[in-house]
Design a protein around this ligand. Structure first.
Ligand SMILES: NC(=O)c1ccc[n+]([C@@H]2O[C@H](COP(=O)([O-])OP(=O)(O)OC[C@H]3O[C@@H](n4cnc5c(N)ncnc54)[C@H](O)[C@@H]3O)[C@@H](O)[C@H]2O)c1
Length: 313
């Protein structure tokens, strides 16, 4: 099967990774049905379905029935969401929406579902020497977001047992154009532009496996094309300290920045790091992140979109 020649469904297509995935698929000449409850820009090869996955919507059911492959990215994202009803929204948009989606997709259709590296509860070892998380490690979710993704994975595991083709991708901190405004690099770029101090949660020595969103998208497409089954880390295997990430922002913007270290909540794990052996076997490559390049692209996109800088909470 060649996903890029067929019609595919992308859920969460108005989101950060979803938009990048749709753009890549459209650039490759693929017809896409994008399902999101938020609006999306029009394109001749994109059928936009503005709908909630939990609505009883025949257009959504028909699209899912006939898709050559389904990329399920819709979800309540973000570990530090403190918004109202967050527990309800996480349950609704993560396990419940995934279960509803899978019921509507024929068992033979390849499905790629985004879980999260947060199910690991952080890398092993100390932040100065973190040890990569392997897909076979027991999950240790910290916080409601991670727990909701563990639920999503359980639903996918049941589908696999039933003979379905499901790849459960565990992305590690995607970065690049259009990053969600609640994520660290996006916040720091906005703060640095406005001359505000960059708030660092916990410690500048915390470590993140940062993955270029273009590579996340490339990996998701390869997982669908190769009809991969099972759980796969989507990360680089290389950690960056928060201090390095702050330096990249300051360097790209050419400004001096002030930082403010504030206490981190328990779900903010000291380090994340992917073991990439299974990813290499599954898709034939391991992403390499050029932090300065990613930050430069993300900054340029934010400037050109004239995205408003955020207020510091
Ligand atoms: N961005 C990252 O670094 C990262 C890391 C790990 C996992 N993930 C996961 O990858 C996926 C995509 O992440 P993102 O950063 O693009 O998130 P995002 O919040 O930018 O996009 C999610 C999209 O899903 C839509 N959505 C949510 N529930 C829906 C529903 N019930 N019906 C229709 N649309 C719905 C939202 O409107 C939003 O546009 C999410 O599941 C997220 O948890 C992301």
């Amino acid at each position: 099967m060649t996903v890029l020649a067929d019609g595919v469904v992308v859920t969460g297509s108005a989101g950060f990774i979803g938009r990048a995935l749709v753009r890549t698929l459209l650039d490759a000449g693929t017809r896409v049905v994008g399902i999101d409850r938020l609006p999306q820009p029009a394109h001749p090869c994109l059928t936009v379905l503005t709908a909630d996955l939990l609505d009883d919507d025949e257009r959504v059911r028909a699209a899912l029935r006939s898709a050559a492959a389904v990329f399920h990215l819709a979800g309540c994202s973000g570990v530090r969401d403190r918004g109202p009803d967050v527990a309800l929204r996480r349950r609704r948009d993560n396990p419940l929406a995934t279960a509803a989606l899978l019921r509507a997709v024929p068992l033979r259709t390849p499905v790629v579902v985004t879980s999260s590296s947060s199910v690991y509860g952080g890398a092993h070892g100390v932040p100065a020497d973190p040890q990569p998380c392997v897909e076979t490690d027991p999950v240790r979710p910290r916080g409601g977001y991670a727990r909701s993704k563990v639920e999503v994975e359980r639903i996918c595991a049941a589908r696999l047992r039933d003979g379905g083709t499901v790849a459960v991708a565990r992305p590690f901190t995607a970065a690049g154009e259009g990053q969600r405004p609640d994520m660290a690099l996006a916040r720091w770029i906005a703060d640095a532009r406005e001359g505000r101090p960059l708030r660092i949660l916990g410690s500048p020595d915390r470590v993140r496996d940062v993955t270029d969103v273009r590579d996340v998208v490339r990996a998701l497409i390869a997982l669908a094309e190769r009809e991969v089954r099972g759980t796969i880390n989507v990360g680089t295997g290389v950690g960056h300290t928060l201090a390095e990430m702050v330096d990249a922002v300051a360097g790209v913007l050419g400004v001096d920045v002030r930082t403010l270290v504030v206490p981190a909540s328990p779900e903010e794990v000291p380090a994340t790091l992917a073991d990439t052996a299974r990813l290499r076997r599954a898709v034939g490559f391991v992403p390499v992140t050029d932090l300065c390049d990613v930050v430069a692209r993300q900054t340029a996109a934010a400037l050109s979109a004239n995205e408003p800088a955020l207020e510091v909470a």
